[in-house]
Every structure is written in C-alpha cells, then in structure tokens.
Design a protein around this ligand. Structure first.
Ligand SMILES: [Zn+2]
Length: 300
C-alpha cells in the first residue's frame, strides 16, 4: 500500500501545523475570534467561561500551567480582568506574555470604547468600569477590529502562517459583513426601543443596533441592587412604559423578576459572551441568539 505512508505524511503535516501558536484568552469571545483568524494553525483556550461574570473569575492554579505554555495572551483590558488576571500573568513566569511583551495583546487598544472618563480617573466605590465600558466586543465592528489585531499579532509570531491568517481574516470580515446586514434588518423594528439592563454590559450592542439603555438594576456597575434603587427603577419603567429588562445569565433573577411583576415588563436573559449557553459556540451565534431573543420578545 502506497497510500498509508502518504496519508501518514499528510496527517503529520497537518498535525504539525496545528501546533504553531498556543493562545490563551481571558474570555470565550476573544477565543472565538482567535479561532476565526487562526484556523488550524493555532490552539486556543479561554480562562473564563462564557456563563461566568468576566469581572469576577476564580483564578485557579490550573490556569497557571496553561499560561506558562502560551505564546500569546489576548485580553479585554480596561480593568475587566483586573481582579484575577494580573497575578496569573505574573505567576506564570512566562516572559512571552508579560505586559508589553510581543505575546501580550490588550484588545481594548484597537477598538472603539464608549463611556470613556473625561476627567481624572477616580475609581468610584464599586464602579468596575473606571476606564470606559469594557463590554465593547458586543459591537461587531469592534469584533472586526479585534480580529484584525489578532491577524497582525499571529503573523508576527508565526510568519510562515501570515498568508493563511490574512486569508482567514478576510473570510471572517466578509461573513461578518453579510451577517451584519441580516442583523440590521432583524433589529430594524426594534429601533429606539428603551430597555433596562441588569449590568451595564450592553452600550456597544445598543449603540450599534439602535436600542436605548435607560437604566440599570445595579445602582453602579459591580454593586448589587439596593431597595431604594430598585424602587427608582420600578418608577422609571412605569413612567416610560419600558417593556424589557435584559439580564446577564450570571446574575440572580430575583430582583429583575420582582421588578417585572410590579411593572409588567419582561425579563430576557441575554448572553454577553460566547459560551453563555452551550449552543452559542462562536461569535456569529452570539448575535444570532441575542437578536432572535429580542425579536421574539418584541413580537409577543
Ligand atoms: Zn462590566
């Protein structure tokens, strides 16, 4: 049989190609974008799971071993991971991924940031968004910018793969442009709709797709609901006749459900991240899922 050695050679080559760059990301959204651009040349894993609050992740020792072997670390930045990622980076003792090293990519440096502080930055008590809103990946235009930065970084770390990364980025860009047309059409009937959200996770999504976020169940980002703030939210929802309360999957639904009962608004569990539900496996499915949910809620 002449095929067997040939097949073995092919398998060996593709396997060797799969080992080129080992990437760790802080969140599953970034891992999904790395997968789009890196294809079979990269191995990528996320530290946080998509169903976890990315502000508060348990820094397990097992992550250290993985970070120690990484060629590249991609993170959200803007202090989203400030409570758990910096000690992991330091303790990994991996010089490739230390802050400022070639294998350190802070995606916030390439995207459009909303709610940037204009004055001097004071970390107001409990406000976990002191440098601007870190949930910027929920605008597909930022997803595109992140993917492009990943393409450039991978090409730098793995020059023989540069052509493949460029091709895969272009393919992603084209599929994203097609999807954006579809999402725009689906979101058109919701244009201008006012919503209340639990955490301030959605400004980029809202701006991109024409929703208006007019209030939050949290009194401040990272601060749990208080009775007086909840009362104010109830009054606002009644006054402005707001129909939807968007809740991230990792928050207790008790307060939003109580608000819903008193106002007739509906609670929607929207996913801020890939992996928020098992069926949401990539960056496209994340928007597909959320937009389908919003559309269905509006039709009811
Ligand atoms: Zn946040």
């Amino acid at each position: 049989m002449i095929l067997a050695p040939l097949l073995a050679a092919v398998l060996y080559t593709s396997q060797a190609a799969a080992q080129n760059v080992t990437v760790m990301t802080s969140t599953e959204d970034l891992a999904a974008l790395v997968r789009e651009v890196g294809g079979s040349r990269v191995r990528v894993e996320s530290i946080a799971r998509g169903y976890q609050d990315p502000h508060f992740v348990e820094a397990k020792p097992s992550f250290l071993l993985k970070l120690a072997k990484a060629d590249l670390l991609v993170l959200v930045g803007l202090q989203l991971e400030v409570g758990w990622l910096p000690p992991l980076i330091t303790q990994s003792r991996n010089s490739k991924i230390q802050v400022g090293a070639p294998g350190y990519l802070d995606a916030s440096t390439v995207v459009q940031i909303l709610e940037k502080p204009t004055g001097p930055v004071t970390r107001a008590m409990g406000d976990v968004h002191p440098l601007g809103n870190p949930h910027y990946w929920l605008d597909p235009q930022n997803g595109r910018r992140i993917a492009q930065a990943i393409q450039q970084k991978l090409s730098q770390l793995d020059p023989p793969g540069a052509a493949a990364y460029a091709r895969q980025y272009q393919d992603f860009d084209r599929r994203l442009a097609d999807a954006e047309k579809r999402w725009d059409a689906e979101m058109a009937p919701l244009k201008g709709a006012e919503v209340v959200t639990y955490h301030n996770s959605w400004p980029s999504f809202a701006e991109r797709f024409g929703l208006q976020v007019v209030g939050y169940v949290e009194p401040k980002p990272g601060i749990p609901p208080t009775p007086s703030h909840t009362l104010a939210v109830i009054q606002q929802i009644r006054q402005d006749n707001i129909k939807l309360i968007l809740v991230e999957p990792y928050f207790d639904e008790k307060t939003p459900q109580a608000i819903a009962r008193q106002t007739g608004a509906k609670v929607l569990v929207m996913l801020p991240s890939v992996g928020g539900e098992p069926e949401v496996k990539d960056y496209f499915q994340l928007f597909d899922y959320n937009i389908r949910l919003l559309k269905t809620a509006l039709q009811q």
